[in-house]
Design a binder for this molecule. Structure first.
Ligand code: 5GP
Length: 123
Protein backbone atom coordinates (compact mmCIF):
# COMPACT_ATOMS: atom_id res chain seq x y z
CA UNK A 1 0.00 0.00 0.00
CA UNK A 2 1.42 3.40 -0.99
CA UNK A 3 1.87 5.95 1.77
CA UNK A 4 -0.82 8.67 1.77
CA UNK A 5 0.77 12.04 2.52
CA UNK A 6 -2.63 13.37 3.56
CA UNK A 7 -3.32 10.92 6.38
CA UNK A 8 -4.06 12.56 9.72
CA UNK A 9 -0.80 11.53 11.41
CA UNK A 10 1.24 12.92 8.49
CA UNK A 11 -0.58 16.21 9.07
CA UNK A 12 0.21 16.04 12.80
CA UNK A 13 3.90 15.38 12.01
CA UNK A 14 3.96 18.39 9.66
CA UNK A 15 2.35 20.54 12.38
CA UNK A 16 -0.73 21.18 10.24
CA UNK A 17 -3.08 19.92 12.93
CA UNK A 18 -2.44 19.98 16.67
CA UNK A 19 -1.90 17.08 19.03
CA UNK A 20 -1.56 16.68 22.78
CA UNK A 21 2.13 15.79 22.71
CA UNK A 22 3.80 13.69 25.40
CA UNK A 23 7.19 12.97 23.77
CA UNK A 24 9.23 13.92 20.72
CA UNK A 25 12.73 13.25 19.46
CA UNK A 26 14.41 12.84 16.05
CA UNK A 27 12.76 9.46 15.46
CA UNK A 28 9.32 9.54 17.04
CA UNK A 29 6.38 11.61 18.21
CA UNK A 30 3.95 10.50 20.91
CA UNK A 31 0.59 12.07 21.71
CA UNK A 32 -2.66 11.26 23.47
CA UNK A 33 -5.30 9.45 21.41
CA UNK A 34 -8.24 11.73 20.63
CA UNK A 35 -10.71 8.97 21.55
CA UNK A 36 -9.08 7.11 24.47
CA UNK A 37 -9.92 3.45 25.03
CA UNK A 38 -8.15 3.26 28.42
CA UNK A 39 -7.36 5.73 31.19
CA UNK A 40 -3.97 6.21 29.50
CA UNK A 41 -4.02 5.87 25.71
CA UNK A 42 -1.04 7.28 23.86
CA UNK A 43 0.02 6.79 20.24
CA UNK A 44 3.67 6.63 19.21
CA UNK A 45 4.49 7.25 15.55
CA UNK A 46 7.79 7.15 13.67
CA UNK A 47 9.06 10.21 11.81
CA UNK A 48 8.92 8.64 8.39
CA UNK A 49 6.46 7.62 5.70
CA UNK A 50 5.52 4.06 6.73
CA UNK A 51 2.04 2.58 6.57
CA UNK A 52 2.46 -0.39 8.89
CA UNK A 53 4.88 -2.44 10.96
CA UNK A 54 5.53 -4.66 7.93
CA UNK A 55 6.35 -1.64 5.75
CA UNK A 56 8.49 -0.08 8.50
CA UNK A 57 10.54 -3.16 9.34
CA UNK A 58 11.10 -3.95 5.66
CA UNK A 59 11.96 -0.45 4.47
CA UNK A 60 13.05 1.90 7.26
CA UNK A 61 16.72 2.53 8.06
CA UNK A 62 18.03 0.64 11.10
CA UNK A 63 18.65 3.86 13.02
CA UNK A 64 14.98 4.86 12.71
CA UNK A 65 13.74 1.39 13.70
CA UNK A 66 15.96 1.44 16.77
CA UNK A 67 15.04 5.02 17.67
CA UNK A 68 11.33 4.38 17.28
CA UNK A 69 11.32 1.19 19.37
CA UNK A 70 13.38 2.86 22.08
CA UNK A 71 10.91 5.74 22.07
CA UNK A 72 7.97 3.37 22.69
CA UNK A 73 9.67 2.03 25.81
CA UNK A 74 10.68 5.48 26.98
CA UNK A 75 7.17 6.87 26.57
CA UNK A 76 5.70 4.02 28.64
CA UNK A 77 8.32 4.68 31.32
CA UNK A 78 7.71 8.43 31.30
CA UNK A 79 3.97 7.85 31.59
CA UNK A 80 4.64 5.86 34.78
CA UNK A 81 3.15 2.67 33.34
CA UNK A 82 5.96 0.23 34.06
CA UNK A 83 5.02 -0.84 37.58
CA UNK A 84 1.32 -1.35 36.88
CA UNK A 85 1.84 -2.71 33.40
CA UNK A 86 0.49 -1.73 30.03
CA UNK A 87 -0.34 -3.06 26.56
CA UNK A 88 1.06 -2.13 23.15
CA UNK A 89 -0.97 -2.72 19.99
CA UNK A 90 -0.27 -1.89 16.35
CA UNK A 91 -3.10 -2.44 13.90
CA UNK A 92 -2.31 -3.16 10.25
CA UNK A 93 -4.83 -3.54 7.48
CA UNK A 94 -8.57 -4.14 7.29
CA UNK A 95 -8.87 -7.18 9.58
CA UNK A 96 -7.36 -5.12 12.39
CA UNK A 97 -9.56 -2.06 11.68
CA UNK A 98 -6.51 0.14 11.11
CA UNK A 99 -7.98 3.61 10.61
CA UNK A 100 -4.90 5.72 10.04
CA UNK A 101 -2.41 4.50 7.42
CA UNK A 102 0.72 5.72 9.21
CA UNK A 103 2.44 3.21 11.52
CA UNK A 104 1.48 3.79 15.14
CA UNK A 105 1.79 1.88 18.36
CA UNK A 106 -1.00 2.28 20.88
CA UNK A 107 0.17 2.32 24.50
CA UNK A 108 -2.75 1.47 26.80
CA UNK A 109 -2.73 1.36 30.56
CA UNK A 110 -3.34 3.24 33.76
CA UNK A 111 -5.85 0.72 35.11
CA UNK A 112 -6.46 -3.00 34.65
CA UNK A 113 -7.31 -3.62 30.97
CA UNK A 114 -9.92 -5.94 29.53
CA UNK A 115 -9.12 -9.06 27.51
CA UNK A 116 -6.76 -8.65 24.57
CA UNK A 117 -9.38 -9.66 22.03
CA UNK A 118 -13.14 -9.64 22.13
CA UNK A 119 -15.16 -12.78 22.75
CA UNK A 120 -16.56 -13.08 19.22
CA UNK A 121 -13.60 -15.14 17.99
CA UNK A 122 -14.37 -18.73 17.09
CA UNK A 123 -12.22 -21.27 15.30
P1 5GP B 1 -6.03 2.55 14.38
O1 5GP B 1 -7.43 2.06 14.35
O2 5GP B 1 -5.57 3.06 13.04
O3 5GP B 1 -5.07 1.57 14.99
O4 5GP B 1 -6.00 3.75 15.40
C1 5GP B 1 -6.10 5.09 15.04
C2 5GP B 1 -6.25 5.88 16.32
O5 5GP B 1 -6.03 7.24 16.01
C3 5GP B 1 -7.64 5.76 16.94
O6 5GP B 1 -7.53 5.26 18.26
C4 5GP B 1 -8.17 7.20 16.90
O7 5GP B 1 -8.91 7.55 18.04
C5 5GP B 1 -6.89 8.02 16.78
N1 5GP B 1 -7.06 9.28 16.06
C6 5GP B 1 -7.71 9.47 14.87
N2 5GP B 1 -7.62 10.75 14.51
C7 5GP B 1 -6.90 11.38 15.48
C8 5GP B 1 -6.47 12.73 15.64
O8 5GP B 1 -6.72 13.62 14.83
N3 5GP B 1 -5.73 13.01 16.76
C9 5GP B 1 -5.42 12.05 17.68
N4 5GP B 1 -4.70 12.44 18.73
N5 5GP B 1 -5.80 10.77 17.55
C10 5GP B 1 -6.54 10.43 16.46
Amino acid sequence: MAYDQNNIFAKILRGEIPCNKVFENDHALAFHDINPQASVHVLVIPKGDYVSMADFTANAPAELIEGFMRAVGEVARELGLESGGYRTISNAGPNSHQEVPHLHIHILGGRPLGPLLDSRFEN
